[in-house]
Design a protein around this ligand. Sequence first.
Ligand code: IMP
Ligand code: MG
Length: 336
Amino acid sequence: MVCTVVVGGFWGDEGKGKIVSYLALRDKVKIGVRGGVGPNAGHTVQYQGETLRLRMLPSALVNPKTRLLLGAGVLVNPARFLEEVEAFKVKGRVGLDPNCAIIEPKHLEADRSEHFSGKIGTTGTGTGPCNSDRVQRKAKTAREIPELQEFLSDVASEVNEALDEGENVLVEGTQGTFLSLYHGTYPYVTSKDVTASAICSDVGLGPTRVDEVLIVFKAYVTRVGQGPLPGELSQEEAERRGWAEVATVTGRRRRAAPFNLELARKAVMLNGATQAAITKLDVLYPECRGADSYEKLPEEAKAFVRKIEEALGIPVTILGTGPEALQIVDLTKRKA
Ligand code: IMP
Ligand code: MG
C-alpha cells in the first residue's frame, strides 16, 4: 500500500498531469483522487497517440482500472465536469464528494473581468469568486445539483478504506507551491492553499496516512498571470531557448525563467517532499528526447539532475524526456 501525493513545485504547469498518468499506469493505482482548486487547472496528458486536456478529472484516468474521485475541497463546474465524463467515457468510474462547491455563471462572470483587467490576472474560470462565496457559506454544493446526483460519493471514506485494504492511492494536487494563498507570492496567488497538506485536507486524508510526497519541477520555471518571477527572461530569449509556452486554460503566454534552486528548496520544505520529478529535460537537452534510461542521457543532463538532487537533499526519482506519458526515465529502483 502506498499513498502518494503529487504536487507542483513552482507556479503550476510543471507537468504534473504527465507524471500522474505515468504513475497511475506503473503502480496499478486503485484510486486517483484530485485535490486542489478546480477548473483553473489544466492538465495535458498524452497517451497512445491521443492528447487529453483535463480541467476537472484526475489525470490517472489513462489507467482504465483506476477509480477517479474529486475531493470535497475541489470546486466543480458541472457543465465542464459532465463534458469530460462524456468525452473520456469514464461515467462508471467517477465520483465526487457531495460537499464539492459549485461554480455558477455569476462566478464566471465576476472572474472574467478580473482575468481581462484585474491586477492578479486570474484564469477567469470562476474559482476565486466561488471560493469567496464558499467561505461566506453562500456557495451551492454538489448535493444540490440534480445532474450530479449519480456521481456523488463519500470520497474521504473511499480513499481511506482503499488504503486500509492495502491498495495504491494517488492524490493529485493542482497549481504549484508559489500559487498557494498562504505560502505563495501573495496577492499574486490562487484562492486557496495548494501545498501537500492542503491537498490532503481537500480529499479528507490525515497526514499520518501519506507515504510519499512527490514534488514535480519543470527543467525551467514558467508562470502565467501577474506576480514576481525571479530571473525572468525576455520573450525573445524564452523563444530562442524553446521555453515560450502557451497556457492550456487561457491561451496566454507563459513567462519563463531558468530553474531556481533556492525556490525549489523552499518548495521541498513547504510540502515535506520525499522525492522529486523533473519534467521537460528534453527541452533543455534535446538529445534526451524519448530516452528511457539514465545511461542514455548526455553528461550535461546528468550533471543538471545531480546538481538539483544535491541541493534538494531528496532523490530525483523520475525524469520527463518527452510529452508522452511513457517518455520517462524512472530512477526509483536505483534509489531504493
Ligand atoms: P485563479 O486561480 O484563476 O484565481 O488565478 C490566480 C493566479 O493563479 C493567476 O496568476 C493564474 O494564472 C494562476 N493559476 C491558477 N491556476 C493555474 C494553473 O493551473 N497553472 C498555472 N497558473 C495558474
Ligand atoms: Mg496547467
